[in-house]
Design a protein around this ligand. Structure first.
Ligand code: COA
Length: 747
């Protein structure tokens, strides 16, 4: 079951597109290609639907007629006596198109196409043809190349996956059929109850966003887990994710963390925007929590489906071993779990159970002599304290302990407090203990053998809660105004000239209109003009050759720095001309750019571009010569507000450099935020701009601002610019019209 590899954008849904609810709660289901051969998929699906207890009408369709598992086989879907909202199609690829007319006439709303052999094998034409026909007939398509749909709301197991699904409150959307199908078995084995399981395969029409639209509103679903391989309409996904994560946790796993294939972008910013880094940041911005692997995602989903959400930031660790307590504290830092610092409270409530050689800090160390009763008292205290918002309870096996008594206490305390605050347990020891762990897990208690596993689940709850609190705290935001008309004048000039990049002086004019400061500069066309310009600007100055034909100025010897006086300007001018002529004898040299020499400040990089998957995105990172090695960058999907811009800046690993190290002043973080917000406005106002990169953006001490030493701007020759004088911020551009977004295939 190979994964999908389409690169063509889906057609827009028909205006009369049916409500997605009918896919999860169909009144009747036809299986077209039902077979009496138990080895065939068309048999297995009918058998799963019957065994799953589906109460709606079930109509096996096969022109051969006869009976299947006690149901009459219909010659055509049109013969079904009741409504058919879903048709599960299990006929070979070349027969799929042929069954669509009958489905349309019957009023089928959703086609669940199990069949493989379409775009994933290069057969995109047929897939398109099917989607087009489905749309004409008022139908939507799930798949093709999928294993089906399970929906607890309808007790419908329309898949050929394993039987025995445990009903529950975790919904899984899987792009990979094989992984999804395996996850059905795995969830049952791990006692994870499902509210839905949808395989989206080639995503020829319906995708994860459509499923999220339903699942976020489904009362039976408490957590949504998504396995993704590629993103087609990333902008829509982020919009829907934001809405979904405001209601419930969304856990995401995405394969393809490697950078291969992600570095083909045109600009420097593009090369830093390895697709996975962008994905990581923008889905987190939309509130989803990304798991490293399937096991972690399953653990988190199971925990989040059952746990109470924390109402604050402080967690208390209770342990009988110092070492494991320290490990738990490390894990808390790693997974963003805050620890209670209130030593007075800890002392007051735990003094009676902690011996003098134990610890009355956090972790609370009951020591190796702790008894089950000590655990009972400690757990009771920790879980009752108002300023404790989460509890980690650790136990290292000792000989002085009755494991059955511990298990009973843990179960009782968990049941008592499970609805009040999140609790995780980690028991570390031999077989006897592992058996108790298995028993407790079976009973739904979140017990883990590994302390990191336990804390990572708690961390997922804290992260989700933080996301919700952040989203709820948004306030109206007035973006900075930019001069869109002036930007368009510069862009139109370059496009009229047949260029998709701006020359230095055009970029400067654009940055002026955007409101980002650049060094003072003039273009000089002769030696005497250079000297005059340098005097006007003020020494020291920098000189750079101006020529459309010389892209790599330094390589051509076309740059001179630190020119302190008139004589140095004269020498540098002559040296630049000489070496550029030798480097590119046919180049037309227009002159030199004389520029104020800027000293000091921290070098950063700020970028804005149209990402192939997610549309307008912004980038910030530490600049300078190591930028590509360190890749200390953060990304956000546009639009951003001031809070998000600040998060973006403070997200990078070297943020402390901006706070001032070794007695240095704090840097002008507000200046960076302002530059990011202005570039964001520029992307909105100018659909022709595909890439902007300010590198370096020098950041001075607080209050002294920022200055872009270089601005690189790339364009796409698309829709004409809005008339000059139009609103400063025209409506958001349609990204699908930008050449950079032609390919919707995933990151
Ligand atoms: N209407 C109704 N039934 C039809 C039909 C039509 N127009 N055309 C054929 N059928 C019947 C066949 O007669 C057959 O029934 P039978 O067993 O009684 O003869 C049944 O549909 C299935 O057709 P068949 O030709 O036997 O195909 P198959 O079962 O071997 O394979 C698929 C069909 C869809 C399963 C196969 O083509 C396929 O795509 N397999 C991969 C599925 C997959 O892995 N999906 C991704 C999961 S992640």
């Amino acid at each position: 079951m190979p994964g999908p590899k389409r690169d063509d954008a889906p057609t827009a849904p028909a205006p009369s597109a049916p409500d997605i609810r009918y896919m999860f709660e169909p009144r009747g289901v036809a299986v077209i290609g039902a077979s009496d051969n138990p080895k065939k998929i068309g048999h297995s699906i009918v058998s799963n639907i019957i065994e799953g207890g589906y109460k709606g009408g079930l109509y096996p369709v096969n022109p051969k007629g006869g009976e299947l598992l006690g149901r009459k086989m219909l010659a055509s879907v049109e013969d079904a006596p009741g409504p058919v909202d879903m048709a599960v199609i299990t006929v070979p690829a070349d027969a799929v198109y042929g069954v669509l007319d009958g489905c349309a006439r019957k009023g089928v709303k959703f086609l669940v196409i199990i069949t493989s052999g379409f775009s994933e094998t290069g057969n995109s034409r047929e897939e398109h043809r099917i989607v087009e026909r489905a749309r004409e007939g008022g139908m939507r398509v799930l798949g093709p190349n999928i294993f089906g749909v399970y929906s607890r709301a309808a007790s419908l197991n329309a898949t050929f996956g394993p039987k025995g699904i445990l009903p529950g409150s975790v919904a899984i959307i899987s792009q990979s059929g094989a992984i999804g199908s395996a996850m059905m078995g795995k969830t049952a084995a791990e006692h994870i109850g499902l509210s839905a399981m949808v395989s989206i395969g080639n995503k020829s029409d319906l995708d994860e966003s459509d499923c999220l639209e339903y699942l976020m509103r489904s009362e039976q679903t408490r957590v949504i887990m998504m396995y993704m391989e590629g993103v087609k309409d990333g902008e829509r996904l982020l919009r829907v994710l934001r809405e979904a994560t405001a209601r419930k946790p969304v856990v995401v796993i995405k394969s393809g963390r490697s950078k291969r294939g992600a570095l083909a972008a045109a600009s420097h910013t593009g090369s830093l925007a390895g697709a996975d880094e962008v994905f990581e940041d923008v889905v987190a911005q939309a509130g989803a929590i990304r798991a490293e692997n399937i096991q972690e995602a399953l653990d988190w989903s199971k925990f989040l489906a059952e746990a109470a959400m924390p109402e604050g930031q402080s967690t208390l660790i209770v342990t009988n071993g110092g070492g494991i307590g320290v490990l738990a504290a490390d894990a808390c830092e790693k997974y963003g779990v805050g620890l209670l610092d209130d030593v007075q409270t800890i002392k007051a409530h735990f003094q009676s159970v902690v011996p003098p050689f134990g610890s009355l800090k956090n972790p609370v160390d009951l020591t190796g002599q702790a008894t089950p009763d000590d655990y009972d008292k400690s757990l009771g205290a920790a879980l009752s304290l108002e300023n404790v918002h989460g509890v980690v309870c650790l136990y290292c096996e000792t000989g002085v302990f009755d494991p059955d008594r511990l298990a009973a206490i843990v179960k009782a305390r968990y049941d008592q407090f499970r609805a009040v605050k999140p609790i995780v347990f980690s028991f570390f020891g031999g077989q006897v203990l592992e058996d108790r762990v298995a028993m407790l897990r079976h009973a739904g208690v979140p017990v883990y053998t590994d302390v990191y596993e336990a804390v990572s689940c708690l961390g997922a709850a804290f992260r989700h809660q933080a996301t919700r609190a952040y989203a709820a705290g948004a306030t109206p935001f007035q973006p900075p105004r930019i001069d869109a008309a002036a930007i368009h004048r510069a862009i139109d000039g370059a496009l009229a000239d047949g260029r998709t990049f701006l020359l230095a002086h055009e970029s400067r004019a654009v940055m002026d209109a955007v409101g980002v400061r650049m060094p003072r500069a003039r273009v000089a066309r002769s030696l005497s003009e250079s000297v005059l310009a340098a005097k006007e600007i003020g020494f020291p100055v920098v000189m750079k050759v101006v020529s459309k034909d010389i892209v790599h100025k330094s390589d051509a010897g076309g740059v001179a720095l630190d020119l302190d006086d008139e004589r140095e300007v004269v020498d540098a001018y002559q040296a630049i001309m000489q070496s550029c002529r030798a480097y590119a004898p046919k180049a037309v040299i227009e002159g030199v750019e004389v520029m104020q020499m800027v000293r000091g400040g921290v070098e950063t990089i700020v970028g804005a571009r149209r990402d192939p998957s997610f549309g307008p995105t912004l980038m910030f990172g530490l600049g300078g010569i190591y930028v590509e090695v360190l890749k200390d960058v953060s990304f956000r999907s546009s639009p951003i507000d001031r809070r998000e811009a600040f998060r973006m800046v403070s997200d990078i690993r070297s943020y402390s450099l901006l706070l001032g190290v070794r007695g240095e002043e704090r840097k002008d973080i507000e200046g960076i935020i302002d530059a990011l917000l202005r570039l964001d406005q520029m992307l909105k106002a100018c659909p022709q701009v595909t890439d902007v990169e300010l590198n370096p953006l020098r950041v001075f001490d607080e209050g002294e601002g920022v200055i872009a030493l270089d601005a690189r701007i790339l364009l796409a020759a698309i829709a004409p610019a809005p008339a000059p004088g139009a609103a400063a911020v025209p409506p958001h551009p349609n990204p699908s019209s930008s050449p950079t977004t032609v390919s919707k295939e995933g990151s």
